[in-house]
Ligand binder design. Structure first.
Ligand code: NAD
Length: 477
């Protein structure tokens, strides 16, 4: 059975249409795809109150039962994978194959988290004293997700928060609320009322959440600019924050790679999901000895890639997700054109409906150009020539971002050494964008605060509490 086309919020275990709605646009056609509920401040208050009421019961639920609930949520996603996939393509733009990967991955993230446990550390167990540090849930978490991977990035938050015993109010991006709302519908029949609340709304809803005194933590994924606002807004009530923010990942390609074999892999390092990945390669430094042949091989491969509506068979790259981002990317292209940089491919606007930007590759623009310095988050890649390893590391690190990065070489040891000089939360050698639910992932510098994934990610949803017992105190004799 296909998903029905009504979209409702989940508040306190009940599905609600909301008192108003907003339009959700299909980015491949620029037509209205559906209406989503537009939450009011009163709706938010009720969602927070429901989460707070559910918190003591959920925190006291044995962790094995909380794990069983995560498994049931994973199974519910998998059982509806085809519907989720189609809906994700319609609201996000990504091709069906990639949408299917995100949906399966979202279920996997929930399931994989069930392998984690909350550790207890015995600090002292002497004749005098027993001291243990344990990890207790924080309370109510506000989760705010972006539009590039709406479903799986929401699960990055849902899985550890609920596993640790917290309750949650989850808000998708206004550009991609639909798959998250459908997930909420499924969760209604799996979780106790109020444990997970899903609300959608316009631009005001995020700030209402971050300033709401009823949240103990805000877990945010989005741009660095918004991350700063979230942190400021969380300060008055000292909410905990996890901020997963933007990046400007460099790929460093050493001269010993096999140019013909690696071109396709390097292309997708930058252009998967139309470049709309926080850990996409956003600037590619290629050693001068192979610069021309590798450049030509990447461009030759790029010419074979099919851009179009993600719902159509054979599409490999879809549209940009939304108009503001589309205009931002076009602005960067225009800047490069105005400055007279060389375009190897693209550079013009696609004259079709939908937020389509042709694959655009630039030939060695200056290091201080906007396209090298800024996060493009779209299908525009600067290829940059380098000669000296120290110099390329210095250029890689000369940024406020520090999310990911990669080194490519036949000499794994040399690449491994180089990888350790990159100042970012994750560095890959001879692959990129591999994330695991069991490994910490986060940004250094202004790419983030805290991590998601692994035990480190789980513990961000807890307070450390140390319990100390004096054994046989003298006054008790
Ligand atoms: P965004 O910052 O515009 O929005 C993210 C979310 O925050 C949305 O739900 C939005 O409605 C909400 N929001 C907007 N203003 C807010 C405010 N003042 N207070 C609270 N919430 C607010 O980001 P985006 O455009 O949706 O996503 C793209 C960005 O996200 C890119 O910079 C990308 O690198 C980054 N990103 C980072 C990661 C990561 O894990 N580090 C993953 C994916 C995307």
């Amino acid at each position: 059975m296909a998903f029905d086309t009504t979209y409702r919020m989940l508040i306190g275990g009940a599905l609600e249409a909301g008192s108003a709605t907003f339009d959700v646009i299909n980015p491949a056609t620029e037509t209205v795809l559906a209406q989503a509920p537009d939450a009011t401040p009163a709706d938010l208050d009720r969602a927070v109150a429901a989460a707070r009421a559910a918190f003591p019961g959920w925190a006291a639920t044995p962790i094995a039962e909380r794990k069983a609930a995560l498994s049931a949520l994973a199974n519910a996603i998998w059982a509806n994978a085809d519907d989720f996939k189609r809906l994700l393509t319609l609201e996000q733009g990504k091709p069906h194959a990639e949408a299917g990967g995100e949906v399966m991955g979202a279920g996997y993230w929930l399931q994989a988290n069930t392998a984690l446990d909350l550790p207890e550390t015995v600090n002292e167990d002497s004749d005098d004293r027993f001291s243990v540090t344990r990890h207790i849930p924080l309370g109510v978490v506000g989760a705010i997700a972006p539009w590039n991977f709406p479903l799986i990035l929401a699960m990055f938050k849902v899985a550890p928060a609920l596993l640790a015993g917290n309750t949650m109010v989850l808000k998708p991006s206004p550009f991609t609320p639909l798959t998250t709302l459908k997930f909420g519908e499924l969760a209604k029949d799996i979780l106790p009322p109020g444990v997970l609340n899903v609300i959608s709304g316009g631009d005001a809803l995020g700030p209402w959440m971050t300033s709401h005194p009823g949240f103990d933590k805000i877990s945010f994924t989005g741009s660095t600019a918004t991350g700063r606002r979230v942190m400021a807004s969380a300060a008055p009530t000292l909410k905990r924050v996890t901020l997963e923010l933007g990046g400007n990942d460099a790929a460093i390609v050493l001269p010993d790679v096999d140019v013909e074999k690696i071109a396709e892999t390097l292309f997708w390092a930058a252009f998967t999901n139309n470049g709309q990945i926080c850990i996409a390669t956003k600037r590619m430094y290629i050693h001068k000895d192979i610069y021309e042949p590798l450049r030509d091989a990447i461009v030759a491969y790029a010419r074979t890639v099919k851009v179009g509506d993600g719902s159509e068979q054979g599409t490999q790259i879809g549209p940009i997700n939304n108009r503001p981002q589309y205009e931002r990317v076009l602005g960067l292209i225009e800047d490069a054109r105005d400055k007279g940089y060389t375009f190897l491919l693209g550079g013009e606007k696609a004259d079709v409906p939908g937020y389509f930007v042709p694959i655009t590759i630039l030939d060695n623009p200056p290091e201080d150009s906007r396209i090298v310095q800024e996060e493009q988050f779209g299908p525009v890649l600067p290829l940059i020539k380098f000669e000296d390893l120290d110099d390329v590391i210095a250029r890689t690190n000369a940024t406020d971002y520090g999310l990911g990065g990669s080194v490519w070489s036949k000499d794994e040891e040399k690449a491994w050494d180089l990888a350790q000089k990159i100042q970012s939360g994750t560095v890959w050698v001879n692959e990129t964008q591999h994330l695991s639910p069991l490994a910490a992932f986060g940004g250094v510098k202004q790419s983030g605060v805290g991590v998601e994934g692994g035990l480190e990610g789980l513990l961000e949803y807890t307070n450390a509490q140390t319990l100390v017992r004096r054994k046989k105190p003298a006054f008790a004799d």
